[in-house]
Design a protein around this ligand. Sequence first.
Ligand code: PMP
Length: 398
Amino acid sequence: ATIFSAIDMAPRDPILGITEAFNADTNPAKINLGVGVYYDDNGKVPLLACVRKAEELLMEQPAPRTYLPIEGLAAYDAAVQELVFGAGSAIIQEKRAVTVQAIGGTGALKIGADFLQRFAPGSEVYISDPSWENHRALFESAGFTVNTYRYYDAATRGVDFAGMLADLKAMPKGAIVLLHACCHNPTGADITAAQWDDVIAAIGAGGLIPFLDMAYQGFGTGIAEDGAVVGKFAAAGGPLLISNSFSKSFSLYGERVGALSVVGASAEEAARLLSQLKRVVRTNYSNPPVHGGKVVALALTTPELRQLWEDELAGMRVRIKEMRNTFVQKLKEKAPAHDFEFVREQVGMFSYSGLTRQQVERLRLEHSIYAVDTGRICVAALNSKNIDRVIDAIAKVL
Ligand code: PMP
């Protein structure tokens, strides 16, 4: 026996497990609604034209693959700041924010978690109940105890905002609060602008550390509208961390493009924060990859490509909204006794559909339609060709 022979098998990732089961299903009419990926109306992951054009521009001037700086491509970091805080915002002008390119949104969360573990080691972390599964695991693996605050209310199919606010007010000073900036994953239920004001006030009054995770900017109401909450937090002062991801908004999942931004009280403080963030990056993977960062920086800063991106992202956002409406309308016809109106109000790629574990199981076993056990479906995996089959199957299992 070696030191390895006693190691247990780790539990399977619940979402990737669905994809494995889906791949093994031989039914040609199978449908995977368990994923966290945007598909177009033909059921394909799009290659955005803005990405293809940016890559063509890069190909015209092939460059050697030197190392990037530890904090990533300067043009990328600057473009991220403009997007996240809003072009010309005071935070940028005052140089109070620092941004490091990260390996996707996940990498950004991990850098943030490791950074906080160095400088706020005694703090506990609070995530929404429920949240993206990896939030808990990421912060626990960085050494934190992870708790939840009330968020989703199955009875109203919306946010238990009174519960959320009460939990925020009861958190110990210095606690780290992870918030979904928009398009809450997995529920699709967001809070309103007025409710954000209350959240920001409670966080300020309680001396809490907000960590905004923005993986779906542009999938809710619009790029600026979805990002507005970041500006509100920044204006309120106090420490702030923001992880953002271009996996979905640029359909660049495998290139791993994201960033972590941290806001300090002054330019001088921000410089110290950056020096420490670089240390975290250096000891994790030294520096980020080149290609995705270059593509995104070029697309964000070249006017023609920028316009193309905004149009293509709007196209994805609108198609998801259309699928929500079609889903609700068709279910109204096929299952009039059930009210799915709430699906229209949800935002982003996901919907907590209200389907029970048993119903999800029947969808899988009897119809080869795959969803998450919690009833989460990816609305962005619905299309004009598969929706009727999905609706028929749901009507049968209700
Ligand atoms: N945060 C949330 C809420 C997410 O849904 C995701 C992606 N599923 C991420 C972070 C991670 O993004 P990335 O794939 O860029 O690592």
